[in-house]
Design a protein around this ligand. Structure first.
Ligand code: BES
Ligand code: ZN
Ligand code: ZN
Length: 488
């Protein structure tokens, strides 16, 4: 997709925003770009009540051009997210009417939205909305968009830079979405290692891979145990982006279960259906490092990606097994389906040895997070107030909702084990599942500047939601990149 910026409409399809509570004279905000007369605006104005919901359209055909007016809501409600959604709708319209080149009229000054932010967000949304997962469809005849012209009467000086940045981030999100959407017979542990090595090569990153024997030598027995029944041996990948100038080091840890059958506690019914996506945390980590290094952000990033397949096999770990963690604590396995916290535990303890300023982990950790918060909210747990504030503020900008859940002290005792230092599930087992998962992890990390993001809900969704396309979303990539950008 190519992008242009202009103060005049030029394509046959022109997409134009309007507010449902605009008075007739308010339409002047857009009329200077468009060769259409007052009559057209009056016709929209007259049928207002029929197009009074977000996304409703009114099409006007004139001189073989098509002008599509999209309702973007009430004046006072318009924000940067409205513009992202508007861009996403515009792309859908262009595709369904087979216009490979089209105009998007952008208004932002009138809504007190910064022009650079608006242009960036619109381009990013267009890219992200255009994502499809079709690698495995032999016949692939989807209609492709060639170019989008953003039409505005405000001057912009760094348009190319903005386009490049949006492309970098979108490419990383495409990478993550492809990895998450691809099935586990394709995206194997070896495959993710190969991708990590390619990134290291192309982006000049340091990489270190702990294979199964070095996991055991180093005492990362939890990662080894979870992966012991898998078709490929488990491993831990360490990827370091080391910029010439930086003041902070951030460690990103991502759950990389390439498929989660539940293990000997086999998942019942259709609970296994989407478990190819249980490596979304790993993909998120790779994507953030990819973008941060390409955009040369001045922050050092250490990515830690524990990889395993949670399978059923004669060599699988089993319930009642007691395993010594990297930190030295003994863990009693009470449910092999609570495997994510085990591989993360070793990775988080290892992150402490790197003395980072901040550690953030991403994990499709608990079904309970989906039950509690659904598919549009990430459950966030914070060991530190400042980190919480910074992450929530970045999330507000990107409109990726993080909802805080507590690291509630009183529930720590739920993780007590009769025979080991702690159990991997709570007792009672059915209560506060996401909190228990987070509290388990807390036992393995000393760094107080730690955030645990349980992305089980939004990482993989059932239907399109504007620029969050169905299946893998890449949630948290944009937010954490924004957080890293703001970091001083
Ligand atoms: N990968 C799952 C969590 C999950 C469920 C992610 C649904 C996305 C959608 C995780 O490994 C798991 O199975 N967790 C168990 C924990 C339980 C055994 C304490 C769960 O949530 O049921
Ligand atoms: Zn599981
Ligand atoms: Zn899992």
């Amino acid at each position: 997709m190519k992008f242009y910026y202009s103060n005049q409409s030029k394509n046959r399809l022109v997409v134009i925003p309007f507010c449902e509570d605009w008075e007739l004279e308010d339409f002047q905000i857009i009329n200077n770009y468009l060769p259409i007369d007052d009559e057209a605006y009056r016709s929209i104005y007259q049928i207002r009540e029929f197009i009074s919901s977000f996304g409703s359209v009114k099409k006007i055909f004139l001189n073989s051009n098509e002008y599509v007016f999209i309702n973007i809501g009430k004046k006072e409600d318009i924000n940067i997210e409205t513009l992202r959604k508007y861009a996403s709708l515009a792309l859908g319209l262009a595709k369904s009417s087979f216009n490979s080149d089209f105009d998007v009229v952008l208004i932002c000054k009138e809504f007190s939205i910064d022009l650079n932010d608006a242009v960036y967000s619109v381009i990013e949304s267009l890219y992200l909305s255009d994502y499809t997962f079709e690698q495995f469809k032999s016949k692939n005849n989807r209609f492709k968009i060639n170019s989008v012209s953003i039409i505005s009467n405000q001057n912009i000086d760094n348009f190319r830079k903005i386009v490049d940045k949006a492309k970098i981030v979108s490419d990383s999100i495409y990478l993550a979405r492809d990895l998450i959407n691809s099935p586990a017979n394709v995206v194997t542990i070896d495959y993710i290692e190969k991708i990590a090595k390619e990134l290291a090569q192309s982006n000049s990153l340091e990489i270190k891979v702990f294979d199964n024997s070095s996991l055991l030598e180093n005492g990362m027995n939890l990662i080894a145990a979870v992966g012991s029944g898998g078709p490929k041996p488990p491993r831990l990948i360490e990827l370091i982006y080391n910029p010439p100038k930086f003041s902070k080091t951030v460690c990103l840890v991502g759950k990389g279960i390439v498929f989660d059958t539940g293990g000997v506690n086999l998942k019942p019914g259709n609970f296994m259906d989407d478990m190819k996506s249980d490596m979304a945390g790993a993909a998120t980590t790779l994507a953030i490092i990819d973008s941060a290094s390409k955009a040369r952000l001045p922050v050092r990033i250490i990515g830690l990606i524990p990889l395993a397949e949670n399978s059923v096999d004669a060599n699988s770990y089993r319930t009642s097994d007691i395993i010594k963690s990297y930190k030295g604590k003994y863990v009693e396995i009470k449910n092999t389906d609570a495997e994510g916290r085990l591989i993360l535990a070793d990775a988080l303890s290892y992150s402490d040895t790197k003395n980072p300023d901040v550690t953030i982990d991403f994990a499709t950790l608990t079904g309970a997070a989906v039950v509690a918060l659904g598919s549009k909210m990430v459950a966030g747990f914070f060991g530190d107030e400042e980190l919480k504030k910074e992450l929530l503020s970045a999330a507000r900008f990107t409109n990726e909702t993080i909802w805080e859940l507590p690291l509630f002290e009183d529930y720590k005792e739920y993780l007590k084990s009769d025979v080991a230092d702690l159990a991997n599930i709570g007792n009672p087992a059915k209560e506060a599942g996401s909190i228990i998962g987070a509290l388990f992890l807390q036992n393995f990390i000393d760094n107080k500047k730690w955030a645990h993001l349980d992305i089980a809900g939004p990482a993989y969704i059932a239907k399109d939601d504007f620029y969050f396309t169905k299946g893998a979303t890449g949630v948290m990539i944009r937010t954490v990149l924004k957080y890293l950008e703001n970091l001083r």
